[in-house]
Design a protein around this ligand. Sequence first.
Ligand SMILES: [Zn+2]
Length: 242
Amino acid sequence: MSPIDIRIIPTLFDNYVFVIHDPEANVTVCIDPGDDPIIADTVKKWGWAITHILVTHPHYDHVDGIADLVDEFNCEVYGSHHDYGVIPRCDFRLQEDEVVTLGSLKFKVIDVPGHMRHHIAYYLKSEDALFSGDTLFSMGCGRLLGGTAAQLYQSLKTLSQLPEQTKIYCTHEYTQANAKFALSVDPHNEALKARARDVDQMRQDGEFTIPVLLGLELKTNPFLRCDSEQEFAALRRQKDNF
Ligand SMILES: [Zn+2]
């Protein structure tokens, strides 16, 4: 059994912060911390200290907690070289396809622009885990806030190539709202109907709907099921007005 521990901290309104712990190396990686004291409090309660922060993109709800965490834990901060000077306290500039090795954890940097002009995801192959930021959500995808539909379409195609057993750790609990839109454009999809029912139950029980398997997303996420960039762009516009 893998000794690696991946945990979720719900923060702010509907954000998730992911914490990956390697007990042998005593490495604790935190992804996309917004400004919420619950992050440090929870990690300390678990008996861990944050050693590294990985950032997918510099929106405030992903980076505003960095300065306090660096002051408290003296951890290292990694982000895209494109966002150097934009991400607070970031000293390590990552290139696409680079592999960041932290203890036994090897995070591959995948370039996935579209939500913003620059955005990266982190793929941890050993754990079948993808930290997708605001690119791919369960049954949805990020809004276009600086990038283009062409970029996001291509980025989702790239992520679709990962193994189907990949667990998608996305930053927001948007799943239930995404299901409503997905059902409106794909009402006869049985896998989608079943997933929507499961999600309703999970939310009623106060459970996270994340992570979700890529294989299930390929069956249920309308944004992964577009055949062309034009279709994708139209669907994204439709969702913006839903
Ligand atoms: Zn964002």
